[in-house]
Design a binder for this molecule. Structure first.
Ligand code: GTP
Ligand code: MG
Length: 194
C-alpha cells in the first residue's frame, strides 16, 4: 500500500486534523516501532530508526493509501534521556490519547525475547481505562528459534492476561499479514460506524 509522511508533531498544535482513522504503534524505546512501520509500508526509510533508544521524539503521522493513518509514537522507558525531554514526550502522548477521537487501534509492541515490563503493564492498563482496542505484537521474533517462539508467545500472552499475541519481525516480515488483517478490520469497522 502506498504510504506517505503527513506530519511530525512536537506539540499538540502540530497534530493534523482528524480526517482519517488512526492506528497507533506504542511501546518501549528501541522495541522496533518505526522499523515495523517501514516494513508495513514496504519502505526502508519512511520512518527514521536507530540502534540507539530514543530516536523518535515526536508523534509522526503516515497516511496509508487514502484510508487511514499509522501513527508512530516516541518510545517510553528510555532512562538516559534528559529528564525534561521525557516529561515533554509523556505529556504529548497523554494529550494525544486523551483528546484524539480517531484512534481505532493501538498496536502495543513488545520485544519477543523479553517478558513485558512494568511500563508495558501500565500502558495496557491505561489503554483499557481509555477503552482503546489493543493488539499485542511481539517483534524481533527473527531472533528466536522455533521452540523459543512458541514459549515466548505463551509467556507474553499470559502476562497480558491471555490476550492473543502476534509474533512479528520487521526484518523477515513474519506476522505482518496478520497485523494488516487486524488493522484493516478496525479501519473498516470505524468507517461503517460513521
Ligand atoms: P524509539 O524511536 O527510540 O522509540 O525506537 P523504535 O521503537 O522506533 O525502534 P526502531 O524501529 O528505531 O528500532 C530499534 C532497533 O531495533 C534498530 O536497530 C532496528 O534495526 C532494530 N529492529 C527493529 N525491529 C527489528 C526486528 O524485527 N528484528 C531485528 N532483528 N531488529 C529489529
Ligand atoms: Mg521510533
Amino acid at each position: 500500500m502506498q504510504a506517505e509522511f503527513v506530519a511530525s508533531a512536537f506539540t499538540e498544535c502540530e497534530f493534523p486534523r482528524e480526517t482519517h482513522p488512526e492506528v497507533v504503534l506504542a511501546g518501549r524505546s528501541n522495541v522496533g516501532k518505526s522499523s515495523l512501520i517501514n516494513r508495513l509500508a514496504g519502505s526502508k526509510c519512511l520512518a527514521r530508526t536507530s540502534s540507539t533508544p530514543g530516536k523518535t521524539r515526536s508523534i509522526n503521522f503516515y497516511r496509508f493509501g487514502r484510508d487511514f493513518y499509522l501513527v508512530d509514537l516516541p518510545g517510553f522507558g528510555y532512562a538516559r534521556a534528559e529528564k525534561g525531554a521525557t516529561v515533554g514526550w509523556k505529556r504529548l502522548v497523554e494529550k494525544y490519547f486523551r483528546d484524539r477521537q480517531s484512534v481505532v487501534l493501538v498496536v502495543h509492541l513488545v520485544d519477543a525475547r523479553i517478558p513485558p515490563t512494568r511500563l508495558d503493564m501500565e500502558l495496557t492498563e491505561w489503554m483499557k481505562f481509555l477503552e482503546m482496542p489493543q493488539l499485542v505484537v511481539a517483534t524481533k521474533a527473527d531472533k528466536l528459534s522455533g521452540n523459543e517462539k512458541v514459549v515466548q508467545q505463551r509467556v507474553i500472552s499470559s502476562a497480558f492476561g491471555g490476550k492473543p499475541v502476534i509474533l512479528a519481525s520487521a526484518v523477515t516480515g513474519i506476522g505482518c499479514r496478520e497485523i494488516w488483517k487486524r488493522v484493516i478490520e478496525c479501519v473498516e469497522a470505524s468507517m461503517t460506524r460513521e
